[in-house]
Design a protein around this ligand. Structure first.
Ligand code: GDP
Ligand code: MG
Length: 229
């Protein structure tokens, strides 16, 4: 027997296990009334910066939010996100270039999901590996910063195809890097026709109200328990 078919078989088994677990996670999240959002992008596109703002502002608006964050090494991002006062856990993946449903499930042990309105999962910065792993999320957000080049969706179509919404980040730098918005939108629509695209700057706050409105519209309004002061 050649080695190639065995490798394919193992990969299919891993994905099948992940898909089954993700399906049960999704049911668990739905039963608990938790809206789960994952963030995927290349390293440095601005996931943690936007997520810190998201957690802070949703808390101010009365939502109970929490976050899981994956990285190959360091707990740096968890420390940054914890400044929002939301519960945060870091998943250190070692050599693994993506989160999987097992990692998410294990991280939920100490949390009471019923008490949450929204759980965010920041994936490892990578435009390839995360696309194959369902985490049981209700919404997958792919971030693309204006400094990365307008053709990234054409080069990495799978991550855009598996996402539900695209967020263009660092819009405050658009002019400086001669970002071509029309070309970027064309790239996104080429691989995922009809995809909703939001434009934000976590630095200046531009676009954040519309972005938060988009999220709020998807988090169950019945889960709002009052404004946190
Ligand atoms: N100018 C600008 N810089 C940003 C913005 N968002 C993030 N950054 C910077 O981009 C770098 C990477 O951000 P980070 O949130 O760590 O990205 P991540 O690796 O995707 O989590 C940091 O130096 C941030 O300060 C933004 O909206 N505007
Ligand atoms: Mg990060």
């Amino acid at each position: 027997m050649s080695l190639q078919p065995r490798l394919v078989e193992v990969r299919q088994n891993v994905l099948k296990h992940n898909d089954l677990l993700a399906r049960s996670l999704r049911r668990r999240f739905e039963d608990a009334g938790v809206f789960v959002v994952s963030l995927v992008s290349s390293p440095g596109a601005g996931k943690t910066t936007l997520l810190e703002q998201t957690l802070t502002r949703l808390r101010e608006r009365g939502f109970q939010v929490a976050a899981l964050v994956g990285d190959l090494a360091t707990e740096n991002d968890a420390a940054r996100l914890a400044r929002s006062q939301a519960p945060v856990k870091q998943i250190v993946t070692g050599t693994v270039c993506h989160l999987d449903a097992d990692m998410v499930q294990q991280s939920l042990d100490e949390w009471v999901l019923d008490e949450l309105d929204c759980l965010f999962i920041e994936n490892v910065g990578n435009l390839v590996c995360p696309s194959s792993y369902d985490l049981g999320e209700a919404l997958r957000m792919v971030l693309m910063s204006v400094t990365e080049g307008e053709d990234k969706p054409l080069k990495y179509p799978t991550i855009f195809n598996t996402a539900d919404v695209a967020v263009l980040t660092k819009m405050d730098l658009a002019t400086a890097v001669e970002f071509d918005l029309a070309a970027a939108l064309y790239s996104i629509q080429s691989v995922r026709p009809g995809m909703e695209v939001l434009e934000v700057s976590a630095k200046t706050g531009a676009g954040l109200d519309e972005y938060l409105g988009f999220l709020e519209g998807r988090i169950k309004p019945s889960r709002v328990v009052g404004v946190v002061t």
